[in-house]
Design a protein around this ligand. Structure first.
Ligand code: PLP
Length: 489
């Protein structure tokens, strides 16, 4: 880009900016069943946007100067603690999102492990279904990841498997993670059982409730059974719950709650050994916009407790409708009965099986975005749905299109075995950017790397079949290609 010689009028700037979204799917309306969370409440998005703008320039770096930051954060954390089982000693913070909350949870655990005399490299024990944010945290913070299998029938980890992983890891174990629910399958791990085995060994347990933490308490209020998962469970020392997911606020806000202030202190970074202002950060950011937390505050107040309960009620109703409709579609099933408002669609091999990857393509033809997820560790290939309150208004159209799309998705797409064998001989560590570009070309992802081809099932099947290290390298290369600076103008 090159800047205009003289500044443009504000309306023209905003109109020009808006044109950059031309290829984006809509963030409202329920057509996109991943990445976005539409409460479908008139005027709500506008409240969030206005609060975001009003506080966008307020700097959360120093709450002694911008006092509103501490007020807003304390309000949000207090609400979260009341909702999610925090006792008198519990506390929390607001971060920029789920990944930052997960990283900070791992940091708090690592610091406690060190304080207690941990030596060598600490490890984090987690189910294979835990969100990659924990692998990222381990990568950044120098922990080893010990993955634990989940039961392919339930998609949940078993406490006894966590127990034996902890026994193997011994004094290295710094943290155990469980999901409530997992992103991929929408099921809640047995939090109480896992936290108990962790507590027996003096290891803290983190509950990743990033996506369901603000939903499950309201599901329980509807009289449905929800397994114990929150801070009131013995052994649970921290819990993450994202405001920018089912708190329906604009992106950039997550709650991270802790059992006690000493544990939270592990996330703080203070530094005064230089001639400038003393730095004290409770999160990974230093300067941080108060916009996201202010907009979360505004959205929650605009909804109110009943509004949130109603949003969850609509979400659950839509989830039930979709699960019931799937049961009537030959060749399709849910990978697990959802505990929350996420669904993983899988092939039902009792009938002519529907391929979830092909299904995602055929749903895209009909204007819906659902998300392909690879087979992994005995778990089937699936298509993910993040069901939203807005899904209820569109559920009839969705299930009709799902049945029609399934009818033309009863073909299994698999990777070319020759290509997979060839790929198996490649050492990802030696692949440079140019090699990656060449391989992506072969995989059908070359050229204009701005998006996936319309027929993406074969690409997903190939990615699924590749060795993990190689596919991670190729995926990084693919996204790196998307971020090619525009210097043409
Ligand atoms: C269970 C869970 N944990 C962590 C994350 C990461 O959250 P974010 O994308 O906000 O960084 C997600 C995202 O979907 C999630 O579902």
């Amino acid at each position: 880009m090159s800047l205009p010689a003289t500044g443009m009028p504000p309306e023209s700037v905003l109109a020009a900016l808006e044109t950059l979204r031309v290829d984006d799917p809509p963030v409202h309306g329920g057509r996109v069943l991943a990445y976005v969370y539409d409460a479908d409440v008139d005027g709500l998005a506008d409240v969030g946007r206005r609060a975001l703008a009003a506080f966008g320039e307020v700097n959360g770096l120093d709450p002694t100067v911008f006092r509103s930051v501490a007020r807003i954060e304390n309000d949000l954390v207090g609400w979260g603690l009341d909702l999610l089982g925090g006792d008198e000693a519990a506390c929390g913070l607001v971060s920029s999102g789920g990944t930052e909350s997960c990283i900070l949870a791992v940091l708090a655990a690592r610091e406690e492990w060190r304080r207690r005399g941990g030596a060598g490299q600490p490890s984090v024990v987690l189910p294979v279904t835990a969100h990659p944010a924990f692998a990222k945290a381990a990568h950044l913070l120098g922990l080893r990841v010990r993955r634990v299998r989940v039961d392919p029938a339930t998609c949940r980890v078993a406490a006894r498997d966590v127990e034996s992983a902890l026994a193997d890891e011994g004094a290295s174990s710094a943290l155990v993670v469980v999901s409530a629910p997992s992103y991929a399958h929408g099921v809640v791990d047995p939090v109480a059982e896992v936290a108990a085995v962790a507590q027996e060994r003096g290891v803290p347990c983190h509950v990743d409730a990033c996506i369901g933490g603000l939903v499950l308490p309201y599901v329980r209020r509807q009289g449905r059974s929800v397994p114990d998962f929150d801070l009131s469970v013995p052994g649970v020392r921290s819990l993450s719950a994202d405001l920018h997911k089912y708190g329906f606020s604009p992106k950039g806000a997550s709650l991270l709650l802790f059992s006690d202030v000493d544990y939270r202190l592990g996330t703080y970074f203070a530094y005064s050994d230089w001639p400038g202002y003393p730095v004290v950060n409770s999160t990974l950011q230093s300067t941080r916009s108060a916009g996201p937390m202010a907009s979360a505050w505004a959205v929650l107040h605009a909804l109110g407790d009943e509004g949130l309960a109603d949003a969850v009620r609509r979400c659950v109703a839509a989830t039930d409708r979709i699960v019931a409709a799937v049961a009537a579609i030959p060749g399709l099933c849910v990978a697990a009965e959802p505990d929350s408002t996420l669904i993983a669609l899988a092939a039902d091999h009792g009938a002519e099986a529907v391929d979830p990857f092909v299904l995602a393509d055929r749903m895209r033809d009909r204007g819906w975005v659902i998300q392909p997820q690879p087979a992994y560790a005995g778990l089937p290939r699936t298509a993910h749905l993040t069901v939203q309150p807005a899904s209820l208004a569109t559920v009839d159209a969705f299930v009709a299109d799902l049945a029609a799309a399934a009818a033309v998705s009863r073909v299994e797409v698999s990777a070319d075995p020759g290509l997979v064998e060839l790929a198996g001989q490649i050492d990802p560590a030696v692949l440079g950017a140019a090699d990656i570009a060449g391989l992506l070309e072969v995989a059908g992802l070359g050229g204009d790397a701005a998006g996936l081809p319309d027929e993406s099932a074969a690409v997903h099947a190939l990615i699924e079949a590749l060795p993990t290290a190689l596919r991670d390298r190729l995926l990084a290369g693919f996204i790196s290609g998307v971020f090619t600076a525009d210097r043409s103008a």
